[in-house]
Design a protein around this ligand. Structure first.
Ligand SMILES: Nc1ncnc2c1ncn2[C@@H]1O[C@H](COP(=O)(O)OP(=O)(O)OP(=O)(O)O)[C@@H](O)[C@H]1O
Length: 341
């Protein structure tokens, strides 16, 4: 089947700076793909290249098998939901939504029905005659979503659409987008730096770093089988121990499986660490307590081992003070190794 979207060796440079480095990506019909990564990694630029708001320096963009990288934005079959709605302030909700339909030559007899149905879908029917200035930020984003969806584009593009909303609205709109995707089955490229947003919404997550794709896969796969140290530390909390041939020679580090020669990084999630008595766990590090933080309901213990800091959560206040010795253990299956850079 022809992919909905195909990017081939897509590159974007600004002067001598490369924002997107030869990206290859294929998106199937109905797929919800998220570009995830830290600020400046090139995710928004990639989205803008797809939508035609930026021109590639080289490479190809195909939508439904047709090359579009030379076409202006309005001639591509995409619609974008921007960070802060970008509704026309002088138009009502209905007029805002009608705009894109008219631009696409939808017969005027069909327009009111399509708008009414889509406003119902996002539960904004009673706001049809409002101007953007008379709505809250969350309501404006719902309208922006409806305005993009009503034209039924081949690909919906989302440029951090929730970043300007408070947490409660963000969570509401997130589950709304999930429901809409389930019900309408649209194809989407979504940009965010918020990993929980990416994990909950997406069929596939593409993790970017410095203009390159580090890993692409189902959310659970990227989290549980990270392809690089960057992906591991970007997704969720992590502890990192630098292990070389000398590590643990003093007996302070006891590993069930030591890595081969050379320097390695051992990554662990706080959730897989536990406080143990020496000799109790298959892998152990002796450490000194650095700090105990109260998190509201639980405590976080930070302890420094010779090869790095380990942090873990405890349900009860530990009878430990900074400088006290503590042993931290973990199972081999919870350890992820990468060669040190
Ligand atoms: N018009 C431009 N001129 C020069 N450099 C640019 C331009 N647009 C983007 N860049 C640079 O390209 C890099 C990637 O930017 P991009 O906006 O794609 O990042 P991002 O991953 O979306 O980050 P954020 O989450 O902060 O939006 C950044 O270093 C940025 O400064």
């Amino acid at each position: 089947m022809t992919p909905r979207l195909q990017l081939t060796a897509l590159r974007k440079t600004y002067g001598s700076f490369t924002a997107v480095e030869g990206t290859d990506l294929t998106l199937g019909e109905g797929e919800f793909l998220t570009l995830l990564g830290p600020s400046g990694c090139g995710k928004t630029t990639t989205l803008r290249l797809i939508g035609g708001m930026e021109k590639p320096s080289s490479g190809r963009i195909e939508i439904n098998g047709k090359r579009v990288d030379h076409l202006p934005s309005y001639k591509r079959d995409t619609a974008t939901v921007f960070q802060s709605g970008a509704l026309f302030p002088h138009l009502t909700v209905t007029e805002n939504m009608a705009y894109g339909l008219k631009m696409r030559g939808v017969p005027s007899s069909e327009i009111p029905g399509r708008i009414a149905r889509m406003l119902d879908v996002v539960q904004m029917g009673r706001f049809a005659a409002r101007y953007p200035s008379g709505m809250s930020g969350g309501q404006r984003q719902r309208v922006a979503l409806a305005r993009a969806m009503v034209v039924e584009p081949s690909i919906l593009l989302f440029d951090e659409p929730m970043s300007a909303l408070d947490l409660k609205l963000k969570l509401e709109l997130r589950s709304e987008i999930r429901r809409l995707h389930r019900e309408l089955g649209f194809t989407a490229v979504f940009v965010t730096h918020d990993q929980s947003e990416a994990m909950t919404l997406s069929d596939r997550v593409v993790i970017m770093n410095q203009g390159r794709i580090e890993q692409s896969g189902a959310p659970v796969e990227t989290f549980e089988r990270p392809a690089s140290a960057f992906v591991y530390s970007f997704l969720g909390e992590s502890c990192q121990l630098a292990i070389d041939a000398d590590a643990g020679r003093d007996g302070s580090l006891r590993l069930a499986n030591a890595p081969g020669a050379g320097r390695h990084l051992l990554f662990l999630r706080p959730a897989s660490l536990r406080r143990v008595s020496p000799g109790e766990a298959p892998n152990e590090a002796d450490a000194r307590v650095a700090e105990v933080e109260y998190l509201g309901g639980s405590y976080r213990l930070h302890a420094d081992a010779p090869s790095g800091r380990l942090s873990l959560d405890l349900s009860e206040a530990p009878a430990l003070a900074p400088g006290d010795g503590v042993t931290i253990g973990w199972d081999s299956a919870d350890a992820t190794w990468f060669p040190a850079p």
